[in-house]
Design a protein around this ligand. Structure first.
Ligand SMILES: [Zn+2]
Length: 286
């Protein structure tokens, strides 16, 4: 079967593929509470999550360059100060998740934290030559203060603690992030999942490519990592990839319980496994 990016978008499995889809990515979205101290502040098509505390906030992802003003506005609309963001974490260094980070850093002064292979990409704004989508990637505004973190490392800010889980494969420096949010005494295990989709720009091959020889093995491991995360509330880098809007629709009736689904990480991983199999099959076809 031949997928177009729109068909993939409709199937909820697209990630960071076509710059042409960028207008839809930035469709407006009112910010809302996900659970406890954690809020959705992204656009309708690109996730960004704010984890708040009295000692400053952590923002995960900055959308595209066009998303940044909307994200800043959403944060202010919730009653928080953009200047109180101390750390900006990144899922992966593609223009649709990291393109807005430079501007959000300028507004906040926050330090940026990412997987080590993402650091040179963020600092230069130039795509990684080992990126499976190299050649299809728009450049980004370079980011000033970027710190590398490794698998299992815990990033703390006042009472906040967020754990980094290395999830390479979609990119070499991909990361997923987990933390606990509490609401009315009830903790929920929160996951911000990186894109796990095997998308390649020709001539890259997941089945073996000198530009990134471990791409397939990395992605298989990352899919297993996300499937195994403690996971009550999942937000994926592209919100439709984890059915966020279906859960959002139930929020009026259920409150934040609408977002809880402890099978969500496994379902998300299953979709990524299917996408990888499709990609490998396509690489077999001349
Ligand atoms: Zn991507």
């Amino acid at each position: 079967m031949k997928y177009t990016s729109l068909a993939l978008a409709a199937a909820g499995v697209v990630a960071c593929m076509q710059p042409a889809a960028a207008n839809d990515w930035n469709a407006p979205q009112a910010p809302f509470a996900l659970y406890g101290n954690t809020y959705y502040v992204g656009t309708h098509g690109l996730s960004a999550v704010l984890i708040t505390s009295k000692q400053g906030h952590i923002l995960i992802d900055g959308g595209s360059d066009k998303s940044a003003p909307q994200i800043a506005r959403s944060i202010r609309q919730l009653g928080f100060r953009v200047e109180d963001i101390r750390l900006i974490l990144n899922s992966h260094a593609h223009f649709d998740h990291a393109g807005g980070i430079a501007e959000l850093q300028r507004l906040s002064g926050a330090e940026v934290v990412a997987g080590s292979a993402a650091v040179p990409v963020l600092r230069s704004g130039q795509a990684d030559k080992g990126d499976p989508q190299f050649g299809n990637l728009a450049p980004m505004a370079p980011v000033a203060k970027v710190r590398a973190v490794g698998d299992g490392e815990v990033i703390t800010l006042g009472p906040l603690a967020v754990t980094m889980h290395a999830t390479p494969g979609h990119t070499r420096g991909g990361a997923s992030w987990t933390w606990t949010a509490t609401e009315q005494g009830k903790p929920a295990r929160m996951v911000y999942a990186d894109s796990l989709n095997a998308f390649a720009a020709k001539p890259f091959r997941y089945s073996g490519d000198p530009a990134y020889p471990t791409a397939r093995a990395d992605l298989e491991r990352s899919i297993a990592t996300v499937a195994g995360l403690p996971c009550d509330v999942l937000v994926s880098a592209h919100p439709e990839g984890s059915d966020l809007w279906q859960r959002y629709a139930r929020r009026a009736a259920l409150g934040s319980a609408a977002f809880i689904d402890n099978t969500a990480c496994r379902t998300y991983a299953d979709k990524a496994r299917v996408r990888l199999a499709t990609q490998l099959a396509q690489e077999e076809t001349p």
